[in-house]
Design a protein around this ligand. Structure first.
Ligand code: NAP
Length: 279
């Protein structure tokens, strides 16, 4: 098994360049997919309270039989649990559902700015980390103004911000902000959900030049930009080919040609963190 590249955050915590997304991997099939992925070499697993699959993800992790210290199991605190009165129990509940001694990486799923409770959510994650039930803490879908506010009010900077990134929505400015502050970028929907994006001519041409698939080309683009991609893949075939993409090197011109697919309205849905509210 080839070693994956790793990227390192401001506090020394590092993530492999590729992890497994698990949205819609539920029930027994979800547990099997997670165990299969770990067997294939995945060490970073995504999940969320709202995916209703923490139980299956935990079961897959245990079935894989890999030393716990090698795995980074992630989950996310939902918007309806941000308040101080709800967040601690929600964080503990996620750990129970996963069936783990501690969650390796716990994120705030969305900032929900109009609700304005994300600082309380962050304080609860900071407490949970101090209590040892969560190892590393981060956020998802946070804009720079949200990142700055939680650090200003608590003195604690997240290690990760998981955001929408794919060639239709490359987010150059936000990635530069993260780099400057030592915050790792995780890319959600890194394949743009593998629809028209992987049919793009420029991607097909670069794929042909390297003898790889279009999906692998998109994942190699993420790695070249030092973004951790977490593609969801249910079959072993897709899981293996996605993992292999982490060691494909694209040159600068290829990376730029793919980034040029970006467009202002490139989001997959109306998921602007300034306005999107997710319970
Ligand atoms: N933080 C957030 O707000 C947020 C939002 C959205 C998603 N996420 C996370 O990000 C993960 C990934 O995003 P996503 O699931 O929306 O989209 P995605 O990973 O971009 O695309 C998933 C789709 O691509 C297919 N696929 C995977 N590998 C492929 C390959 N090698 N060739 C062709 N098709 C392939 C999958 O099919 P098969 O299953 O058949 O392989 C699935 O239909 C989620 O699962 C979730 O964990 C987080």
């Amino acid at each position: 098994m080839t070693a994956l590249p790793h990227f390192t955050a401001h506090n020394g915590f590092s993530l492999p360049a590729l992890g497994l997304g698990t949205y819609a991997l539920n029930g027994d099939a979800g547990a099997d997919a997670v165990a299969t992925a770990i067997g294939a070499g995945y060490r970073l697993i995504d999940s969320a309270f709202n995916y209703e699959n923490e139980g299956s993800v935990g079961r897959g992790v245990r079935a894989a039989g890999i030393d716990r210290s090698e795995l980074i199991v992630t989950t996310k605190l939902p918007g309806r649990h941000h308040a101080r009165a709800k967040a601690p129990a929600s964080i503990e509940e996620s750990r129970s559902r996963l069936g783990l001694d501690a969650t390796d990486l716990h994120l705030i799923h969305w900032p929900n700015p109009s609700q304005d409770e994300y600082v309380q959510a962050w304080e609860s994650l900071v407490d949970a980390q101090q209590r040892g039930i969560v190892r590393q803490i981060g956020v998802s879908n946070f804009l720079p103004e949200h990142l700055e506010r939680i650090e200003r009010e608590t003195g604690v900077r997240p290690v990760v911000n998981q955001i929408e990134v794919h060639p239709y929505f490359p987010q150059d400015e936000q990635l530069a902000y993260h780099r400057e502050h030592g915050i790792l970028t995780e890319a959600w929907s890194p394949l743009g959900r593998a629809k028209e994006l992987i049919e793009e001519r420029v991607i097909a041409e670069i794929a042909a030049a390297h003898g790889i698939s279009p999906a692998q080309t998109v994942l190699a683009w993420h790695v070249a930009r030092e973004t951790v991609a977490i593609p969801k893949a249910s079959s072993l075939e897709h899981q293996q080919s996605n993992l292999a993409a982490a060691t494909v090197a694209l040159d600068t011109a290829e990376v730029e040609a793919i980034t040029a697919l970006g467009r202002a309205d490139g989001r997959l849905f109306d998921g602007d963190p300034a306005t999107h509210e997710e319970s």
